[in-house]
Ligand binder design. Structure first.
Ligand code: ADP
Ligand code: MG
Length: 727
């Protein structure tokens, strides 16, 4: 057998689970390495503590003198935990996280040294930002970028480094990262939702968006993965024949977690506990070697940070266990892909989940208000939501015959559908006393307090109501949740703002009572947004046709989907809600198009390399064996040899044909790449999408055929069955 593949298999088969010591009860470990409220109270003056709390709750500025105090407390705490360095931790537009470590250590004039950290170092830093993508922002303004402390996400220690969550902005104010727009969107939704809440409860003074993500991933042994240049370079397999046994038996999903994986999970969970990431569930997923991890939901900004941090920690912990973790949405053709469901809701500072039905009709009216406004917002901006989850890797999942489709629709279940249907028929204008009673008792009163167990679970819907929250299921496993969360919260903010204006107008001009006005506006929204509601099978072809009739978008490639990000409608929305200005929006669009093209370009190069340098030479080697065999048969049997070498000769021909096809397709693909490289922006991405990617399937087809023909012993790349089933 090919030595690399043989050694990889041997290594994998002989692995033992890494022994993981339990460091203590989870509840005791939780947040130990986080500068959280208890730690702050212990290390900070009352004044400093209060100023951080105010910044978190009301967004108030922290005075420079106080910042100095906070920095000293933070340093003392960090040193007590063995930290030696600090870093401003941020999320550049490439999706990963970035950090540059500085030591606390400083020398003192006249000899000696000390650990130092002051307010200036806490509040603002200037990383060498020239290598981070900025979509031309910095070039346009010739401005440098700086990172600024985000007090709403607590500092934490990872390894021996104090990590301070920060935003990354240009000196001209434009956001260069994912966090800054998210914070602005969360601010917008807080303002708009709080104003609407006051219709129902005057005590509400803040509304937080909540997020609970569910991270899916694959774990592949490092040795097996290392024998696959495509996996190592692109995060997915570009070729490989499906194994005889895939996931059709569903035995993995229900099966017990393999021992080595279990010890990885325990290790990971302990790390998460220390970092204050409240991970709660772990289980196998549908595909072999696919798993999921989900935390208890948190305030959205913190949850987004925690997901980015988690992905980072997973990479590190997996190495200790000789695994490569795959976040790609579709690492294996024909095998279930990975997503990252974003469970989202709104919660008041009085402890109410605004998407949870209540006990009384009034509470239910509040629930309906947020529920219907969400549906309306999604209807109005479905294309923008689709754009927010677009990436080269997620394209393999969306609309690719596997959930969820590239069409954004909303599933709410039969019970709530009938409530909305009834509400739709309430008279326009002032309600009669009878209608009022009907509404209270028959319609709103009918919403059960606990919907959780009653909501039918339609797994094919990209945006589903699941009892007390909406679940955006179309987010890719590799993506940063900040993108979709920024869009979702921005459009909800815009919608709620509009809603308030309309209700107030009815109250003033038509002298309607407040709840009557609310009903009237909601009824119009229910009618207006009906087209986005869909309860059927989202994967079927029938839905594609139906959605088209309804006027819903179906942008099934990234270059197409991204256009919605820079539409006039989107720019107007972002500017009105003060989430991003035109420059920031356009810069992001440019970066994402470029990122798309780069990924396709890399995949195309790697595919050509693997096909030419691994597959073809192996096929030729095997073909030579066959040729030798036929020659030998001829020596023995003379002209009668044909009788005994039919299969061999057939194979020799087929191999030649496949090789020829692979070669010519690679040449054509390379030509298309060259043409694409002469184009820029949208045209460049379009060319990569429409002209280059079609060759992937074709080249793969011939490579996979060869995999089936060539002697298993010669094949150099680890096979699907080995990647997915060797433990
Ligand atoms: P599943 O979708 O796998 O059935 P669950 O419905 O139990 O899982 O919950 C999925 C996720 O939803 C969990 O991470 C949970 O923390 C999160 N979640 C629950 N309530 C809320 C909420 N109000 N806001 C945001 N996320 C929530
Ligand atoms: Mg889910």
């Amino acid at each position: 057998m090919s030595t690399l593949r043989f050694n990889a298999l041997q290594e994998t088969l002989h692995r033992k689970p890494v022994f993981i010591e339990e460091k203590g009860r989870r509840s005791e470990l939780f947040g130990k390495n986080v500068f959280n409220e208890p730690a702050m109270r212990q290390y900070m003056t009352k004044e400093a503590y209060q100023s951080v709390m105010d910044a978190v709750e009301f967004g108030t500025k922290i005075d420079r003198k106080i910042a100095d105090q906070i920095a000293v407390s933070m340093k003392d705490w960090a040193l007590s935990k063995g930290a030696t360095h600090y870093t401003h931790w941020f999320q550049p537009l490439t999706g990963a996280t970035a950090e540059k470590h500085d030591a606390f250590f400083e020398t003192i004039e006249g000899g000696g040294a000390m650990e130092r950290f002051d307010g200036g170092q806490l509040v603002q830093q200037e990383p060498d930002a020239s290598s981070f993508p900025n979509g031309g922002i910095r070039n346009t303004f010739e401005a440098r970028g700086y990172t600024a402390w985000d007090p709403t996400s607590p500092a934490f220690i990872y390894g021996t480094t104090l990590c301070i969550p920060t935003v990354f902005v240009a000196y001209t104010g434009e956001a260069l990262d994912n966090k800054a727009p998210l914070l602005r969107a969360l601010q917008a939704v807080d303002t708009a939702a709080t104003a609407v809440c006051k219709y129902f409860d005057k005590n509400v003074s803040k509304v937080n968006a909540t997020l609970g993500w569910e991270q899916e991933y694959f774990l592949i042994d490092t040795a097996l993965a290392s024998a696959r240049p495509d996996l190592m370079m692109t995060g997915r397999t570009l070729l490989g024949h499906s194994p005889a046994k895939g996931q059709q038996l569903d035995d993995h999903y229900f099966g017990s977690i393999p021992t080595r994986v279990m010890s990885f999970m325990r290790d990971l969970e302990q790390e998460c506990m220390l970092l204050g990431i409240p991970v709660k569930t772990r289980h196998n997923e549908v595909a072999p070697n696919q798993f999921e991890l989900a935390p208890i939901f948190e305030e959205a900004n913190l949850a987004v940070d925690h997901n980015s941090l988690l992905m980072d920690v997973m990479e590190k912990v997996s190495q200790r266990h000789q695994f490569k973790v795959l976040f790609h949405e579709k690492p294996f053709a024909g095998i279930n892909g990975s997503g990252k469901h974003n469970n989202w809701s709104l919660a008041t500072n009085t402890g109410v989940n605004l998407l949870s039905p209540g006990k009384t009709p009034m509470k239910n009216l509040q629930f309906l208000t947020f529920f219907v406004n969400t549906i309306k917002a999604v209807y109005d901006y479905e294309e923008l939501i689709r754009a927010s989850i677009a990436s080269a890797s997620n394209d393999h999942r969306l609309g690719a015959n596997e959930a969820p489709p590239a069409i954004i629709s909303v599933f709410i279940g039969s019970q709530l559908s009938s409530v909305l249907d009834e509400l739709e028929n309430v008279t326009k204008g002032k309600l009669s006393p009878q209608e009022k009673t009907d509404l209270k008792l028959n319609i709103v009163g009918k919403i059960p307090e606990i919907l959780l167990d009653n909501t039918d679970r339609n797994r094919t819907s990209p945006f589903a109501f699941t009892g007390n929250k909406f679940e955006l299921r179309a987010v890719g496993s590799w993506s940063n949740c900040a993108g979709p969360m920024t869009v979702l919260n921005t459009i909800i903010a815009k919608q709620l703002k509009e809603f308030k204006i309309e209700v107030d107008k009815l109250v003033e001009t038509k002298s309607l009572k407040k709840d009557e006005a609310v009903f009237n506006v909601l009824r119009e929204y229910i009618k207006a947004s009906k087209k986005v509601r869909f309860e059927g099978d989202g994967y079927g072809e029938a839905w594609e046709k139906e959605a088209k009739k309804r006027g819903l978008s179906n942008n099934n490639t990234t270059p197409n989907a991204l256009k919605a990000k820079v539409s006039d409608k989107a720019i107007k929305l972002y500017e009105e809600m003060k989430v991003m200005n035109k420059v920031e929006v356009e810069a992001r669009h440019e970066i994402e198009l470029e990122e798309y093209s780069k990924r396709i370009q890399i995949e195309s190069r790697v595919l050509a390399d693997v096909a030419r340098n691994h597959v073809i030479p192996t096929a030729i080697q095997y073909q030579n064996t066959l040729i030798e065999n036929v020659k030998g048969l001829k020596e023995i049997f003379g002209e009668e040899f044909k009788k005994f070498s039919k299969e061999q000769i057939d194979l020799i021909q087929k191999i030649s044909n496949h090789i020829a096809e692979i070669n010519s397709k690679i040449e054509q693909m390379t030509d298309e790449r060259k043409k694409a490289n002469k184009l820029v922006g949208q045209k460049n991405a379009d060319a990569y999408c429409d002209k280059v990617t079609p060759y992937f399937e074709e080249i793969r087809y011939h490579c996979d055929k060869l995999e089936l023909m060539v002697d298993d012993n010669l094949w150099p790349l680890t096979k699907y069955r080995e990647l997915l089933f060797t433990r």
